[in-house]
Design a protein around this ligand. Structure first.
Ligand code: SF4
Ligand code: SF4
Length: 336
């Protein structure tokens, strides 16, 4: 047999995968969902795709928001990753083995009352049994793509949290990739503090409804598109706008019904107005500590983060006043 593992790696990289990892079945417990999806699984192949730092640059500077959602989420999930999956799977099947691509289904979840901030909450089917859904984060760790952080994101050596991933299950036995043993997450809490909606608890647990509300832009200090009359019907509108409101899932639905300040991307991915502040804060932290393998000439963040003055929503007069501005509007400081 040809060196299938090397052929798979080369093919995956030709179709834009940045990290490729191989997990033997011995790393999975016998009741893992991978065996319900494909009982003949001998290897799980993980493919990691960087989200361009330049795409985060736009939300970091507050200049444009569409690129993260279209290029960083939609294009990767709907075009780039499927292309890599289908080509690697075709290659495996050419060699006489079966290959089962595994893309994340954004619209179903096992939880009965949670949501996925990346899509419209009303499109999500809750309580769908996890019986035949693989655990994506768990598989990524077992494939050696990276480690699980305290907020349950995947941290990779080269790209930190700026990564998306998918898998192929196959009956081909392939040489394993070592598990990641270095620890990047030091539980610093920068990610938790960076969230404009306080959606992450001290222990790293995410309130997915809070996340959805503020991912979609409910914090006026971080939303250049919010009109002055935003949330006029809400009694606690200023608490919502300031990111301090208390609400349950029903309250979150009410806020989300009034949170359409920016058109969603095709394939119904919601536009991220928070710009994944949690992940950017983590990336900045890892870069400052010199832990990222992929380095840049300039640091990602050069000065204080920006904020808009939410008092403008009290008067109803829309002024885009920047209470904290950057030392340099773009490009960051030298990364020495
Ligand atoms: S910012 Fe990153 S390193 Fe720090 S606690 Fe959060 S995930 Fe861990
Ligand atoms: S920063 Fe954005 S993505 Fe991260 S937890 Fe907060 S709302 Fe969610």
């Amino acid at each position: 047999m040809r060196d299938l593992r090397s052929l798979i790696e080369a093919c995956a990289k030709r179709f834009d995968a940045d990290i490729v990892g191989f997990a033997p079945v011995s790393r999975f417990s016998p009741d893992d969902a991978v065996f319900r999806v494909f009982p003949g699984t001998k290897t799980v192949i993980g493919l990691g795709f960087r989200v361009l730092r330049g795409i985060y640059r736009c939300v970091e500077e507050g200049t444009t928001y569409y690129q993260y959602t279209t290029m960083g989420v939609e294009n990767l999930e709907e075009t780039v990753m499927p292309m890599a999956l289908i080509n690697v799977a075709n290659l495996i099947e050419e060699e006489g083995f079966e290959a089962i691509p595994q893309r994340r289904n954004q619209l179903i979840m096992a939880e009965t009352d949670g949501t996925n901030p990346e899509v419209d909450y009303s499109d999500v089917r809750r309580g769908v049994t996890a019986e035949n859904q693989i655990d994506f984060l768990h598989c990524a760790v077992l494939c050696g793509l990276g480690e699980e952080s305290m907020i349950h994101s995947l941290l990779t050596k080269d790209y930190g949290p700026f990564i998306r991933y998918c898998f192929i299950l196959t009956d081909a036995e392939l040489e394993e990739t070592p598990l990641v043993t270095e620890t990047l997450c030091d539980r610093c809490g920068e990610c938790i503090r960076a969230c404009p909606g306080h959606a992450l608890a001290e222990d790293g647990t995410m309130d997915t409804w809070r996340c959805a509300v503020y991912y979609n832009g409910a914090n006026g200090s971080k939303n250049p598109f919010m009109p002055p009359e935003a949330y006029a019907e809400l009694e606690n509108r200023m608490d919502v706008i300031n990111g301090t409101a208390e609400f349950d899932a029903e309250g979150a639905r009410e806020i989300l019904n009034d949170t359409y300040f920016y058109p969603p991307a095709k394939h119904f991915y919601r536009t991220s107005i928070c710009g994944r502040a949690c992940d950017r804060a983590c990336y900045i932290h890892l870069e400052e500590k010199g832990l990222l393998g992929k380095t840049f000439r300039k640091r990602f963040r050069s000065g204080a983060d920006w904020k808009l003055d939410t008092s403008q929503f009290e008067t109803g007069i829309h002024e885009t006043s920047w209470v904290i501005s950057r030392k340099e509007p773009s490009g960051g400081t030298e990364n020495t």
